[in-house]
Design a binder for this molecule. Structure first.
Ligand SMILES: Cc1cc2nc3c(=O)[nH]c(=O)nc-3n(C[C@H](O)[C@H](O)[C@H](O)COP(=O)(O)OP(=O)(O)OC[C@H]3O[C@@H](n4cnc5c(N)ncnc54)[C@H](O)[C@@H]3O)c2cc1C
Length: 398
């Protein structure tokens, strides 16, 4: 094991120990030990399986399918489910620590792990239908993979764009048509969640297999980063959604989105927190080589590490509240916005600390610049977050 690996491992175990504290209030010793064991498994998988592939995922659009399934084997996604639903009950904060561990090595894979977890979270809170329960178990185990195509609906609810999918009621359920320009973690045998509007403006959320007749997956123009995320343009033409695949009927739609959104957004924030950790790893490595000159730079290791720790403290407070359905949206949106801002600062700082080496396409600091900008442009985007926070503060001053 070289020095870099030794340092990386030390910091991973340290993070795992921190993450074990990131748990429900007063976690039992057994609970903590289970969380720590999960994070150690993930740390090992990240080092052995993911780290050697990070460049190919970024530059050759390698889709890390085995890694995503492996995270399911390890129990990462099942952390979201209570024991009575077949999970470990370790909770959202532990899942966030797992996603962040992945994100420190590869932002694309962490985003995919979020996509998968988001599907699990949606199904956990969906209408209790037998078919959805079976799918939930498969998703939580990583045997079935999927993505959430909900950016459009979330932006629509914030008054930012029209619904892109239309639903027509039919005797067997609904027929859905329209197009979503970007949905990640897709492919043959995968599924995705989305929402559509009926002619009267009512909306519903549903789950659909990529192989269903009428679903077309098309590659879009080349993207600057996140190349391995299998992000595709989805076209739906009169796709049949039977009642068993409806996550939330129109009468329950608004409540469903309100219930899932805080946890959904928090889990996504973990991708950014992981990228910041990766930037800190890069800065540490650069400082070993050129610490004297690097002290003239803004956003030092210590400053960024303190900001990261503060965001983790807030995240671990918010996670159990989100799971209990007791978290007001503005607080989580503020955290999510701060994660985007810190990501951008940390990635630029990592690039400057790494110097010319960090300008090589093969250097992680270069990749993290693109991963960090993605965190700020994926829904909820930084501009949407600032707008929503501003509107919330106007109606309810902080
Ligand atoms: C790599 C990547 C992965 C993503 N993964 C997902 C995902 O899994 N699920 C999901 O729901 N969303 C996903 N998105 C979409 C993302 O969350 C944003 O909604 C999207 O980037 C639009 O951002 P914006 O709100 O800043 O709109 P803007 O960029 O300001 O765009 C303005 C309008 O143009 C539309 N638009 C933008 N690009 C296109 C395009 N190529 N074709 C047609 N219309 C377009 C937007 O929908 C919007 O209505 C992904 C985006 C990227 C780049």
């Amino acid at each position: 094991m070289n020095r870099w690996h030794a340092a990386r491992m030390d910091s991973a175990v340290h993070r795992a120990q921190n993450a074990a504290e990131i748990n429900q209030p007063s976690p039992s010793a057994m609970h903590q030990a289970e969380a720590l064991a999960l994070l150690r498994r993930i740390d090992q998988r990240v080092r052995q399986q993911l780290a050697p592939q990070a460049t190919a995922i970024d530059q050759q659009a390698l889709y890390p399918q085995a890694m995503l399934r492996g995270l399911g084997d390890d129990g990462a996604y099942a952390a979201l489910l209570p024991a009575e639903r077949g999970g470990s009950g370790l909770g959202l904060a532990t899942l966030m620590a797992a996603i962040a561990e992945v994100g420190a090595a590869c932002g694309s894979t962490a985003f995919l792990a979020w996509c998968q977890s988001a599907c699990v979270y949606l199904l956990l809170h969906a209408a209790p239908r037998a078919e959805l329960q079976t799918i939930l178990a498969e998703l939580a185990a990583g045997r079935l993979l999927g993505g959430p195509g909900l950016s459009n609906a979330i932006k629509h609810l914030a008054g930012l764009e029209a619904m892109r999918l239309r639903a027509e009621p039919c005797p067997q359920g609904y027929r859905i048509s329209g197009e979503l320009p970007w949905v990640s973690n897709l492919g043959p045998g995968h599924l995705f969640a989305a929402a559509a509007a009926c002619a009267d403006g009512d909306k519903l959320a549903f789950l659909v297999d990529c192989d269903t007749p009428g679903v077309q997956l098309n590659a879009g123009p080349p993207i600057a980063g996140m190349g391995g995320t299998r992000t595709l343009c989805v076209k739906l033409d009169q796709v049949l959604i039977t009642p068993e695949r409806v996550l939330a009927e129109p009468a329950a739609f608004a409540g469903f989105i309100r219930r899932v959104r805080p946890g959904f957004v928090l889990a996504q924030a973990a991708v950014g927190l992981g990228i910041v950790q990766g930037c800190l790893d890069d800065i540490l490595a650069a400082n070993r080589r050129d610490g004297e000159q690097n002290r003239w730079l803004d956003h030092s290791y210590d400053e960024l590490a303190a900001e990261l720790a503060a965001l983790w403290r807030e995240a671990k407070t918010l996670a159990p509240l989100a799971e209990a359905g007791q978290l007001a949206a503005p607080r989580v949106l503020r955290l999510r916005a701060k994660v985007s801002e810190l990501c951008l600062r940390a990635a630029m700082s990592a690039q400057l600390h790494a110097g010319a080496a960090g300008y090589l396409l093969s250097h992680p600091a270069q990749r993290r610049l693109r991963e960090a900008s993605f965190i700020a442009i994926v829904t909820p985007t930084l501009k949407q977050l600032r707008r929503e926070i501003h509107l919330a503060e106007q109606t309810q001053p902080a």
